[in-house]
Design a protein around this ligand. Sequence first.
Ligand code: CA
Length: 211
Amino acid sequence: MYNIVFTVDCIFGQFDAITRTSDGKTYAFKNERVAQLNNAGTGVASGYPKPIRQVFSGLPTNLDAAVYWPNGKTYFFKGNHYWRTSGTRVDSGYPKSITGNWRGLPNDIDAAVVWGRNGKAYFFKGTRYWRYRFDWDRTEEGNLDTNWHWPGYNQGTVDAAFRWSNGRTYFFKGERYWRYNDANDRVDSGYPLWTSREWLGCPNDRGTVPM
Ligand SMILES: [Ca+2]
């Protein structure tokens, strides 16, 4: 029985979305499930992964992206809608449509993160990204090429991204992740690493595919 549970946890190595919440927790989402990650980043909290509806009642499955906002709220995106939560509780009045509420932002985004270097929000879709300014409450000019502007990250598209408690920005793609050094403005040396091993605490031969 233990091995079965362990295997289920360790195949959870590709994320739809990952974010922090105002209660200081980190959550990773995949399909209909969510895993709360240990604060040390080396395993999954007891009892996880769980169905999303058990933890974030009112959120849909198969999320596109999530981002922790400076106002203490967390925003979740799917298709042409978004949900705002306080911790794990969905605020009343959601979902709302992206169009009309996030000026300049497209639907069907892949990933989102507030970058530590300039405090702007970055939304990734396909091989490009949109930069959102809080003081303007809209996106900046056009959209930009992800590979060109994030040195060391050369994967084109992004599955999920977030800023962790250590102030670093993380990009997830497939079963691997890249740690971005906001101060140096490039990916730290030694990356990418395996998501399941480093974030879920799985051994080398579980939940991974050959490079
Ligand atoms: Ca995604």
